[in-house]
Design a protein around this ligand. Structure first.
Ligand SMILES: *Cc1c(COP(=O)(O)O)cnc(C)c1O
Length: 339
């Protein structure tokens, strides 16, 4: 099976497992875990922020950020296809008690002018926007980069309107490598940033929320309330430290493989692929076949992708796929969609 459903399907390598086995540990809820503390310090430094906090998942870290930064009964302004809206099971409403103020874009890129248009006029009859959020890379649009000038403009807008701004950076590593911009610069001005280790970096578990000390002090309480306080987390943090050493620079390889898959399908009349910017490739079916059919036929032929719409498939490159796999996947896709 060539599994291109997500970059979350990777299995920790032998070397990563050894790092986990050798980790020095403590009780992270009671009085701290030394390896987790090392990870949190390192991540905070990478992003030029005061502190970082380790979480079991990106969803919990994202929702904790919203809970801390927003105000119940108000709105979070964000792009309409944001992960925060579509893939976190209504948590904005269920946990923080806020609603989304979704801004429509053509390509997932929340420009400052689009965000400005989403701002409601001040009125006692309309909900207030109490925070903003952006996503880089943007998952649902196929791993697109949020251009630095857009991010800087969003930060200025947040500043001007006196609201905090959260960045969902599950794949910010990919953005930094693809744009060749340091993480600290790419996220400058963020109130909080969420980063994932369980996606492209290949770890079994883990995300961090990065930000100022006060904000993260409150985030610690919410993490505990949500049941995210974990004990000997050094075993997990050791995998993340290993990944920071070994799995960041190589993301360029995943981006190359995504481009390779797109190029291999360029001349196919039944499928079209937009040039990918990072590790996610969206395939539009242009023939008779719909995506549900394509997914099951591809599965039977040994290639797994996910359905992302009635005519859209998503293929994601990761640590556990090599060039041969991608070439084979391209041949299989070409053969299957041609029916
Ligand atoms: C995966 C993902 C998340 C959530 O991470 P989990 O660890 O799966 O909860 C948040 N935002 C984006 C953009 C993601 O791709």
């Amino acid at each position: 099976m060539i599994d291109l459903r997500s970059d979350t399907v990777t299995h920790p390598s032998a070397a990563m497992r050894r790092a986990m086995m050798d980790a020095e540990v403590g009780d992270d809820v009671l009085d701290g875990d030394p390896t987790t503390a090392r990870l949190e310090e390192r991540v905070a430094r990478l992003f030029g922020q005061e502190a970082a906090l380790f979480f079991p998942s990106g969803t919990q870290a994202n929702q904790t950020a919203v809970w801390v930064l927003s105000e119940s009964g108000t709105e979070v302004l964000l792009e309409e296809n944001a992960h925060l809206i579509h893939y976190e099971l209504g948590a904005l409403a269920a946990l923080a008690g806020v609603q989304a103020r979704p801004v429509t874009t053509t390509d997932g890129i929340l420009t400052p002018s689009a965000a400005r248009r989403g701002w409601r006029r001040a009125s006692r009859f309309l909900p207030r926007i109490s925070m903003m959020a952006a996503e880089n890379t943007h998952n649902a649009s196929g791993g697109r980069l949020l251009p630095l000038e857009c991010w800087d403009g969003l930060v200025r807008l947040a500043d001007e309107r006196r609201v905090p701004i959260h960045l969902d950076g599950a794949r910010i590593w990919h953005a930094a490598v693809a744009a060749d911009i340091p993480l600290e610069r790419l996220t400058r001005g963020a109130t909080t940033v969420m980063v994932s280790f369980s996606k492209g970096l290949g770890c079994p578990v883990g995300s961090c929320l990065v930000g100022g000390r006060d904000v993260l002090g409150r985030a610690w309480e919410i993490r505990k309330r949500l049941g995210g306080g974990m004990r000997q987390t050094g075993i997990l943090a050791a995998a993340c430290l290993y990944a920071l050493d070994h799995h960041v620079e190589r993301l360029e390889e995943d981006h190359r493989l995504a481009r390779l898959l797109a190029h291999r399908l360029t001349d196919n009349e039944f499928v079209s692929a937009r040039e990918p910017e990072t590790n996610i490739l969206m395939l539009e079916l242009t023939g008779e076949m719909g995506s549900a059919d394509a997914v099951s036929q591809l599965d039977a032929a040994g290639v797994r992708v996910v359905e992302f719409g009635s005519r859209t498939l998503r293929a994601v490159m990761h640590l556990d796929v090599a060039k041969d796999d991608v070439e084979q996947a391209a041949d299989t896709i070409a053969r299957v969609v041609d029916r």
